[in-house]
Design a protein around this ligand. Structure first.
Ligand SMILES: N=NNCCOCCOc1ccc(-c2cn(C[C@@H]3NC[C@@H](O)[C@H]3O)nn2)cc1
Length: 447
């Protein structure tokens, strides 16, 4: 057995998102989002599930905060539902929406928990989608207006801000693959959206600086890692293209002020062009205070001609898989973190999401999710290796505090360290909750 020890200033937390936990979809002036529309469209979400009730955290947040307090976390990463603040995406502000988040944030702070706020975690006001959504550059202006309202309202309360969660999911998963809202399948559209998202991020950062907000701001891309099946250059190149789709495509413009040329040329071969307007890259290339990194899984892959977007195929290597069928690949966590630090330098990093889907159910009031504990041990060990290798890790947040609406998978996939009974909404702390609580208290674990 070994002791895996973390830096004394390590911050521990958990993460959730508004549409996945709040419910109260039609309450207190909230306007519809694209996920209300998508989840109520037959065939889009497994089981016909939707976020109308979810975990009912809109009404049960005081209980949720008591659970967080018991867990002993330093930070809680949540997202604000844009349609609660601006029901139509812009224009009139909904005072009850601001009131809810003030009450929530005040309760977090009263309990010694630092709020980390994600401004956009996928629930775009439907009214903006009706005008083209992120494909329409006017949505950039609406996002900056929304961000400014939140910065001014919560100045002094919220000190950690994330502009966008997983821009790859917002753009390519939702508008090229089409698995998430609004469900388009158009690579040029998705590419245009990815650029508009980065411009929106950069302009929100500029606004944050102009307002001289006391705090820090960043964004939270999702990452993956592919290791080559062989040492053939074609296998390595294929892996680097898929990694580049998640990492370099979004991080190069922010940290370097330009898109990765190898990706731009690959997209050009697919007939896709970037539509960059004057000033866009300068807006995107605003210094940020921290980088959020979301990591779940990685793969072994090899070149395969005319296959998918990047000419590769995954190779089944017999790795354990979670209940969402993702390989357990902690090596990829270490590799993507060291890759990012090597490419972008000593940027402070919060792991804003890492966790596993295991659908264990309560038995006599207990949930024996040993597989999740093992996943966390493996990935925190990889994280410790990355820290030892010089990666500037500031904190780690488990995805997720509680089971919740897992997008197109609905409620069929459970990522929480707290079980939620969706019939009664009863919360049950899983064995992983108690393991994580001890790890937080000790700042080390034995493995
Ligand atoms: N890549 N090509 N796929 C080919 C076809 O895939 C179809 C589906 O694809 C994906 C890919 C990635 C995800 C995903 C989910 N989470 C977990 C959430 N993170 C933010 C938070 O809200 C969590 O709920 N992270 N990533 C889902 C579906």
């Amino acid at each position: 057995m070994a002791i895996i020890q973390f830096p004394k200033d390590m911050k521990w937390g958990t993460a959730t998102a508004s549409y996945q936990i709040e419910g109260a979809a039609n309450e207190d002036g909230r306007g519809p989002s694209i996920w209300d529309t998508f989840s109520h469209t037959p065939g889009k979400v497994k089981g016909g599930d939707n976020g109308d009730i979810a975990c009912d955290s809109y009404h049960r947040y005081e209980e949720d905060i008591r659970i967080m307090k018991d867990l002993g976390i330093d930070y809680y990463r949540f997202s604000v539902a844009w349609p609660r603040i601006y029901p139509n995406g812009k224009g009139d502000i909904n005072p009850k929406g601001l009131e809810f988040y003030h009450d929530f944030v005040d309760k977090l702070i009263e309990n010694g928990i630092e709020p980390m706020c994600t401004l956009y975690h996928w629930d775009l006001p439907q009214a903006l989608q009706d005008q083209g959504g992120w494909a329409n550059r006017e949505t950039i202006d609406a996002f900056v207006q929304y961000a400014e309202t939140m910065f001014r309202e919560f100045k002094g309360k919220i000190k950690y801000w994330i502009t966008l969660n997983e821009p790859w999911c917002i753009s390519f998963l939702s508008n090229h693959i089409g698995a998430h809202a609004p469900g388009n399948q158009d690579l040029q559209l998705a590419t245009d959206i990815s650029h508009h998202l980065l411009v929106a991020h950069g302009r929100a950062v500029k606004k944050f600086r102009e307002l001289e907000i006391d705090g820090q701001i960043g964004f939270a891309p999702n990452t993956t890692w592919l290791d080559p099946f062989s040492d053939q250059q074609e296998d390595l190149d294929a892996c680097q293209r898929d990694i580049g789709h998640y990492v370099e495509w979004f991080m190069d413009p922010v940290f370097k002020g330009e898109y990765p040329q190898f990706m731009v040329e690959w997209f050009r071969k697919k007939g896709v062009e970037l539509h960059i307007q004057s000033g866009d890259l300068d807006d995107i290339n605003q210094p940020i205070d921290f980088l959020g990194i979301n990591y779940y899984t990685g793969h072994i892959a090899r070149y395969k001609e005319n296959t998918g977007l990047f000419d590769f195929e995954y190779i089944e290597m017999g790795y354990e898989r979670t209940d969402i069928d993702w390989p357990v690949y902690p090596e990829g966590f270490f590799k993507v973190l060291t890759h990012i630090t090597k490419r972008y330098g000593d940027v402070p990093i919060y792991i804003t999401e890492n966790g596993a889907c295991y659908n264990d159910e309560p038995v006599n009031g207990k949930v024996g999710d040993d597989r999740r504990i093992k996943y966390l041990q493996q990935h925190l060990t990889a994280l410790s290796q990355a820290i030892e290798s010089g990666v500037n890790i500031k904190g780690y947040f488990v995805w997720s505090l509680m089971d919740n609406f897992e997008w197109a998978e609905g409620y069929s996939k459970r990522f929480g360290i707290v079980h939620v009974d969706y019939n009664t909404l009863e919360r049950t702390k899983k064995d992983s909750f108690y393991w994580y609580k001890k790890t937080i208290a000790n700042n080390w674990f034995e493995y």
